[in-house]
Ligand binder design. Structure first.
Ligand SMILES: [Zn+2]
Length: 299
């Protein structure tokens, strides 16, 4: 079986976090940690839980971004009840991965489920949604931009192109000057490129730069997994880091190196202080990133 297919199955089954570490026992306690960003916005984290969840309180109800690993939907909903008596009205997903969407199936089927249109197509292939009769699949999609609500409650959803997958949504809360970037902004580390779900190493730098230039007035970013928020300036640096990485990789590949040789030769450039020299082994590690780029260069 192709690595991409195997990986896609792993992601669909267990989610990134479960693949990264020893999967927690099914009965391991699911403890949701709350970070209060301000009176109307919270970030829900939790060891082994998967991606960071945003909880936005609007006049009419609660809008949630992402829903973590399998079994975490109910703990998320219970935690929200501690924060507010308002009902959950909407769940937005940043992208298709199991550690961001699996909890969807535990949300009330009547709420609004929203995602970028390519992410809906990717999610429809996931076994968990087939097993739950499609509950939690997006009901409403967008292509490039969509706005939900207005005034203090406004949420802007953007898609700027391929990167981590082919459906990475950027979710902006303009009144709060905060964006949830999902996994396309991985913090100070080499990006994860999910080729099986349409990700692109080659287009990653341009996509990041489009986001940086396309969303205005942002102070803080909630990333897919990082323990602390990042800044809009960090996003610019991350776009530069990715551009330099792709430019360097292309030169190495053009010089005849194999993806494995490229991976062995890579070091964090001097100018990117604080960036991790450790590359996740997911998606083939650094050699996998180079192999993806090599395929894209041949197209
Ligand atoms: Zn992801």
């Amino acid at each position: 079986m192709r690595r991409g297919i195997v990986l896609g199955m792993l992601l669909a089954l267990g989610g990134l976090a479960a693949v990264k570490a020893q999967p927690p026992a099914a009965d391991a306690p699911k403890v949701v940690d709350v970070e209060k960003v301000n009176d109307r916005l919270y970030v829900l984290r939790g060891a082994n839980g998967g991606g960071n969840v945003a909880v936005f309180l609007t006049a009419n109800g609660v809008v949630v971004v992402d829903a973590k690993n399998p079994g975490w939907g109910t703990p998320i909903l219970n935690k929200i009840k501690e924060l507010t008596p308002k009902p959950v009205t909407t769940l937005i997903n940043t992208h298709t991965h199991g550690d961001h969407v699996s909890g969807n199936v535990e949300f009330p089927a009547t709420i609004d489920f929203v995602a970028q249109e390519n992410t809906k197509v990717n999610m429809e292939k996931m076994p968990i949604f087939k097993e739950h009769n499609g509950i939690g699949l997006p009901k409403r999609t967008f292509k490039d931009k969509m706005t939900i609500g207005s005034g203090a409650d406004q949420i802007d959803l953007y898609y700027f192109g391929r990167g981590h997958t082919n459906g990475d949504a950027w979710i902006a809360f303009p009144a709060l000057r905060v964006v949830h970037s999902g996994d396309i902004f991985a913090g100070k580390s080499v990006p994860l490129i999910d080729e099986a779900n349409g990700g692109s190493m080659m287009e990653m730098p341009a996509t990041l730069l489009k986001a940086y230039n396309g969303i205005k007035n942002v102070d803080a970013i909630i990333n897919g997994h990082t323990p602390a928020q990042t800044t809009w300036a960090d996003l610019k640096e991350y776009a530069d880091f990715n551009k330099d990485l792709v430019t360097w990789m292309e030169a190495e590949l053009k010089a005849g190196k194999t993806p494995e040789q490229v991976a062995a030769a890579w070091k964090v450039p001097e100018k990117y202080k604080g960036y991790s020299s450790t590359v996740s082994t997911l998606m083939g590690g650094m050699a996998g990133r180079a192999a993806t780029l090599q395929k894209e260069m041949k197209k």
